[in-house]
Design a protein around this ligand. Structure first.
Ligand code: BES
Ligand code: ZN
Length: 662
């Protein structure tokens, strides 16, 4: 058979159509690629100009996947000298520079870790309050999408690093050894290492930390042993590994004369020797709490869960550093009555550390969910009415925060706009309690607490290892309940009012008041009491009150009748002995009530309280109250000026603003 030859015309048109197909495929795929790029950038840029307006790094162009730290802690200089090797991955084509966050760092050198090639770098102008961007020229072969590199940065921290509290031996209980601890949340990690200091990026880490040989170093990671330094017998090298990817704000370090006690199968408590026994007793329910949390939210994935009780200057109640929660010694009430803070930090192992807010505007995802889970853990250990009682207290904290900011202030929104603001300034009970209120309200809509447990497990599983926005959370919530709850109910939720309206939430849930009723009755009696009525009070009034009911009684009084006459205060103390209370929550409210009431004898005890411990939740409102009372205004300012060198830089910064000093 003779094959018919194709004419040149047919050949050309065939070749043309092949070319057309190729061009077509090319066009389609580039269109597709562009659509994906646009989609990614709209996800990132949904609510703001950048992924995270609190970071000067650009996580949409390059991401860090691992950090290897080699640190030498120098107590004499108050510095950490070190190297950070960042594993990076380029996300776009033609990315010429890597930009990292730094604050008060001195950068000695930057190089490509594999080739040793020196890389050009520039520390840019400071952008307050975010620090100085460190711009590093990427090696040519790292500028393409999908390429990876290891960038080694040699640097030293400043004695003023905002994350670090350096304490002289006299400031510790043992008085013999110095002490160092860090607090990185929200944007202080950049003062201890150059990094993408945004919760949008998660990394694993390893660290070798060299410290004076008689001291112990711990980090938010698994301990991998220690040895005397091979080059200097006065020093010891501690090794750590964190194999779960974490955001920068969860990096943490402590160095001091630390002792420990095992308190559970996966838990030890660490502190200076004098309080370690008390701490072990106070926190003995830790394992029960972890187990309760696992039954609600799923498996605990971090291996061990240790607690560190810090010196009194620690600015928070607790900080959920992975594997090693940091807590204030003001939790040591002697009767486990403040252990809800431990439940809270345990809860962060799921909500916050596992599923993380993409940036600080969505902070309520961390804290609102954590408060909600905290109260569920407490309910498992006690009962449902206690959960409701805690929520009633939370509602008052919310009222206080709305009052402090003003009800139209943008920081009272569940999702506050933070562009240009310092996230430390936006910090308050709002994300905690407005967030909890929203979740509790949703619980009432979907059929109850158990329905929410199913949702929480689903939520944690779906977003494990990720950083997310409120929209992603909302979509997840709605799709989970779509077939379980009627559309009318889900449609009735006014999301916009919850997310973006300032002030108190649009709905106040009905809580069970059975534990609060006794507090309400007693605070009613006191708030209406005349001089003659004072005889009707006696110590039996509160004989059956738990510590938390005493706190609630005082809190209600602060709301109902912000000031009391001196005669009332004296009678109250005689009957209820509040001045002698060891419980910091009771002590704080008792002092605040007296200072608000312009009770002069309380000035010295209040100054003493704000000097002995640095928990901002207590120190800031008390300093503000002292400042507002003409008899104590100057004393407060002078006391602060004396004390600020002993305070954590974060607290001293905030109190300085409260006292209109900086
Ligand atoms: N993660 C927070 C502490 C924090 C928040 C530090 C933002 C820096 C910036 C911690 O989990 C927390 O919420 N602590 C509370 C505990 C309380 C709500 C039970 C605290 O410190 O009082
Ligand atoms: Zn928290």
């Amino acid at each position: 058979m003779v094959r018919k030859r194709n004419s040149p015309f047919v050949m050309i048109s065939r070749r043309l159509s092949t070319v057309t197909v190729f061009i077509f495929i090319g066009l389609i795929s580039s269109l597709f690629y562009n659509i994906i790029q646009i989609y990614i950038s709209t996800i990132y840029h949904k609510n703001m100009g950048r992924v995270d307006s609190s970071s000067l790094s650009s996580p949409d162009k390059v991401i860090t996947t691992n950090i290897k730290l080699t640190w030498a802690v120098d107590f004499a200089e108050k510095t950490i000298k070190g190297t950070a090797v960042l594993d990076i991955k380029t996300l776009e084509d033609s990315v010429t520079h890597l930009v990292l966050d730094t604050s008060n760092l001195t950068i000695h050198s930057v190089q490509d870790f594999e080739t040793g090639q020196k890389l050009q770098f520039q520390l840019k102008e400071t952008v307050k309050p975010y620090g100085q961007p460190l711009e590093i020229k990427l090696p040519l072969n790292t500028q393409k999408r999908g390429s990876v590199a290891q960038i080694a940065i040699e640097y030293v921290t400043s004695p003023d690093a905002s994350a670090l509290a350096w304490m002289a031996p006299e400031q510790t209980s043992g008085k013999k050894h110095p002490y160092l601890y860090s607090q990185c949340q929200p944007i202080h990690a950049r003062s201890i290492m150059p990094c993408q200091d945004t919760p949008a990026v998660k990394v694993t880490y390893q660290a070798n930390v060299t410290v004076p040989q008689e001291l112990t170093a711990l980090m938010s990671a698994t301990r991998m042993g220690n040895e005397l330094s091979p080059t200097d017998a006065t020093q010891r090298v501690y090794k750590f590994e964190q194999n779960v990817p974490i955001p920068s704000y969860l990096f943490a370090v402590v160095v001091g004369a630390l002792d420990s006690r095992q308190i559970g199968p996966r838990s030890s408590v660490w502190s200076e020797a004098d309080i370690v026994e008390d701490a072990a007793m106070e926190f003995e329910d830790t394992e029960k709490m972890i187990a309760a949390a696992e039954s609600i939210a799923g498996e605990y994935i971090w291996g061990h869960y240790d607690l560190l009780v810090l010196p009194p200057s620690f600015p928070f109640g607790g900080m959920e550093n992975p594997c090693l929660t940091f807590v204030t010694p003001t939790l040591l009430a002697g009767d486990k009555s403040l252990a809800n803070v431990i439940a809270h930090e345990i809860a962060h192992s799921w909500t916050g550390n596992f599923v993380t807010n993409l940036n600080w505007e969505h902070f309520w995802l961390n804290e609102g969910h954590t408060v909600y889970l905290e109260r569920k853990i407490i309910a498992k250990l006690t009962d449902e009415k206690t959960r409701h009682f805690q929520a009633i207290g939370g509602w008052k904290d919310l009222i206080n925060s709305v009052k402090t900011f003003g009800e139209t202030h943008k920081f009272t929104q569940l999702i506050p706009p933070l562009e240009g603001s310092d996230p430390d300034d936006a910090f308050s009970s709002i994300p905690y309690e407005k967030g909890h209120t929203l979740l509790f309200y949703l619980e009432t809509l979907v059929g109850g607490s158990e329905e929410m447990d199913g949702y929480l497990k689903h939520y944690v599983k779906k977003f494990a290892f990720k950083s997310i926005t409120t929209d992603e959370w909302k979509d997840c919530f709605l799709s989970y309940f779509k077939n379980k709850v009627s559309a009318d109910i889900l449609d009735s939720i006014d999301w916009d009012a919850w997310f973006t309206k300032p002030g108190m939430p649009p709905v106040k849930p009905q809580y069970n008041t059975i534990l609060a009723d006794a507090c309400t009755n007693l605070s009613d009696r006191w708030s209406k009491a005349s001089e003659d009525d004072l005889k009707s009070f006696n110590s039996d009034d509160i004989a059956d009150f738990s510590a938390m009911q005493k706190k609630e009684f005082l809190e209600q009084l602060l709301h109902k009748r912000a000031t009391l006459p001196e005669s009332h205060l004296l009678a109250m103390d005689e009957n209820y002995q509040f001045s002698a209370s060891k419980n910091s929550e009771i002590k704080f409210r008792w002092l605040k009530l007296q200072i608000n009431s312009k009770h002069e004898p309380a000035i010295e005890p209040a100054l003493d309280f704000v000097s002995r411990q640095g928990r901002m939740k207590f120190v800031r409102p008390l300093y503000r109250a002292l400042y507002a009372f003409d008899k104590s205004k100057d004393k407060a300012v002078n006391n602060f000026k004396e004390q600020r060198k002993f305070m954590h830089p974060i607290s001293s910064n905030m109190v300085a603003k409260d006292l209109h000093l900086d």
